[in-house]
Write a protein that binds this ligand. Structure first.
Ligand code: ADE
Ligand code: ZN
Length: 348
């Protein structure tokens, strides 16, 4: 094969992989609403507000990353923008083969509304309508902001509890882990659990494996990131034994310096240790990679075989808070995808 033919063949295979991983039915369980904004929308709203578009993908430290995130929050100063964002995020999820979407936000920071309560009153019916329109089940995660103190944590959990039957499915815990350990939110998690909500803290991202252990011991249903579990075999064993799913976001980890490169990312090691993992994009606009890009990178740059990615997609669906009928349907679609893939392989 000539060099030109070889390159064309590689490009053709890459295209085929992307198409196939786009069509793979999956649940996207780790994504922050504001940072799933389209870049075109960001540019349009910055222009309308006379603001400079913030630098994307390059953050000297975690604080500068949170500043960029804060700017996205500030752009959402009208209900119309919140509605547009929700519609675009859910439409994009549908185009990425996402059948169930759980997005996180901090309702207290929703500047278009007079209160966190009002923010959810508006957001949840809009989410439900967009979900129907685009054929993607959607649930909201109310994030507790680690930087905002213990009173905020309790209030956020009580707020989430009041909306438990209206589209909120879980509480999360976000921002800089080094500011406050996961155990500081124990009481807030108990409130959420009593209301029938899930608990999905960020842990083991900027904090070490002891934070992952702590999250498991606090009864976390899933852990967002959790990748630093790889530093402690005992924590890996605990995760594997309990079947706790880690919602892993490789590009985020590289951009924020948690992992030196995609090639050295711990996802393959976590899977090899029997840890259940879903793949997410965390903040796609800010990190320059959507959920399909993450699946493609896992395959092409981390060497995760396609069969293992199918298991990741299955785990994502099983680990979501979607109702049983949605999961059943999603798993049936995954089975149909596998049958099609087997047929295509057989026919090649
Ligand atoms: N909020 C948005 N993205 C985050 C991340 N990667 N870690 C902690 N909090 C976040
Ligand atoms: Zn996150």
């Amino acid at each position: 094969m000539t060099e030109t033919a070889r390159r064309a063949d590689t490009a053709h295979r890459a295209d085929a992989n992307r198409r196939s991983l786009t069509a793979l039915p999956k649940a996207h369980l780790h994504v922050h609403l504001e940072a799933a904004m389209r870049e075109a929308t960001l540019r349009q709203w910055c222009a309308e507000d006379g603001l400079e578009v913030p630098p994307l993908v390059d953050y000297p430290d975690f604080t500068r990353f949170l500043d960029a995130y804060g700017l996205l929050i500030d752009l959402l100063h009208t209900p119309e923008r919140v509605e547009q964002l929700l519609d675009e995020v859910i439409a994009d999820a549908a185009a990425q083969g996402v059948v169930a979407l759980e997005f996180a936000s901090i309702p207290e920071k929703a500047v278009a509304f007079g209160s966190a309560e009002e923010a959810l009153e508006f957001q949840l019916p809009v989410m439900a309508e967009a979900s129907r329109r685009h054929g993607v089940w959607a649930g909201a995660i109310v994030s507790i902001d680690r930087g905002a103190g213990p009173e905020h944590a309790l209030e956020a959990a009580r707020l989430a509890a009041r909306f438990a039957d209206r589209g909120v499915v879980a509480v999360g815990l976000v921002a800089d882990e080094r500011d406050s350990p996961v155990a500081a939110a124990a009481e807030a998690f108990a409130i959420a659990r009593d209301a029938g909500l899930g608990v999905v803290p960020h842990a083991g991202e900027l904090g070490g494996p002891e934070e992952v252990r702590s999250a498991v011991e606090l009864g976390a249903d899933r852990i967002q990131h959790g990748v630093r579990a790889v530093e402690d075999p005992g924590v890996l064993e605990l995760l594997a034994e309990r079947g706790t799913c880690l919602d892993v976001c490789p590009t985020s980890n590289v951009v924020l310096g948690v992992s030196p490169s995609l090639e050295s990312h711990p996802l393959p090691a976590l899977l090899a240790a029997g840890v259940r993992c879903s793949i997410g994009a965390d903040d796609p606009l800010l990190f320059g990679a959507d959920v399909v890009d993450e699946y493609v990178s896992a395959h092409e740059r981390m060497g995760v075989p396609e069969a293992q990615l199918v298991e990741v997609a299955r785990t994502s669906i099983e680990s979501s808070f979607a109702p049983a009928d949605v999961k059943r349907d999603a798993l049936a679609r995954l089975g149909a995808w596998e049958d099609r893939a087997a047929w295509q392989d057989g026919g090649a």
